[in-house]
Design a protein around this ligand. Structure first.
Ligand SMILES: N[C@@H](CCC(=O)N[C@@H](CS)C(=O)NCC(=O)O)C(=O)O
Length: 233
């Protein structure tokens, strides 16, 4: 039975969604054969018909349709128990979930203010009006205004990354000696930022930069298999 993952696709085959990236890494970690279905923002009706909600990623495995990247990770762990574990056991589940939620709410929110004005160019031109209006409504201001004070947002972002910097100076991955879902989930935000803006938000020579490099190199350089920030749009 073919398993299909519907994920966001951007301008000229870019993969701009952090949530899709963490699911891609989880699938690759498990070594599962999956067909990827690139999906535009404008195809939300089709996603809703399949899954009852409008967000990607979704995973379709026969009659089972799973939405939300966290639920996809749990599903993969349950369906493929003989493949390498994504969590390292039941007791790590709550901690992993907490770190993923913390990363999305803290790092994810700050990253928006560092990349959104650039990020829109990574999306297909026909998806840009929806992205702009939905995000500007959520932010209560234009993408450009949200990103105006870059230095201040960078200071806040670097401060929020301090615990990660300390940890990654002590061990190679957040999960320990080898990467697990917690690494994929946090990395997906850094991947979103590196593909979504020409400006780097990670300090060179930092432990975070070294970890990000290790993550980019995983699975035969999975993170670099799609186009980077566009030089022309
Ligand atoms: N909690 C969800 C969030 C998924 C999410 O935000 N997906 C974005 C990816 S681009 C999306 O589909 N957005 C649709 C929209 O904004 O209308 C998950 O972890 O999968």
């Amino acid at each position: 039975m073919t398993i299909t993952m519907y994920e966001r696709v951007g301008f000229e085959n870019r993969r701009p969604s952090p949530f899709s990236w963490r699911s891609r890494y989880a699938i690759t970690h498990k070594g599962i054969n999956v067909t990827y279905q690139p999906t535009r923002f404008l195809e939300a009706d089709m996603i809703e018909q399949l899954s009852g909600q409008r967000y990607v990623p979704i995973l379709v495995d026969g009659s089972k349709v799973v939405h939300d990247s966290w639920r996809i990770a749990l599903y993969l762990e349950k369906q493929f128990p003989d493949r390498p574990s994504l969590f390292g056991g039941e007791s790590a589940l709550g901690q992993t979930r907490f770190i993923c939620l913390w990363a999305d709410s803290t790092l994810g929110q700050l990253i928006k203010h560092l990349i959104y004005a650039d990020f829109i160019r990574c999306l297909a031109p026909e998806d840009r009006p929806y992205f702009r209006s939905s995000r500007e409504t959520a932010l209560g201001q234009s993408l450009e205004a949200a990103c105006a004070d870059r230095a201040a947002w960078q200071t806040r972002f670097s401060a929020a990354c301090e615990p990660l910097e300390t940890l990654l100076a002590e061990q190679n991955f957040i999960a320990g000696q080898a990467p697990q879902y917690v690494d994929y989930s946090v990395f997906s935000l850094f991947q979103w930022a590196r593909l979504g803006s020409p400006q780097d938000l990670v300090r060179e020579q930092s432990a975070l930069a070294a970890w990000r490099k290790r993550m980019i190199g995983l699975f035969d350089g999975l993170a670099d298999k799609f186009p980077h920030y566009p030089s022309t749009t």
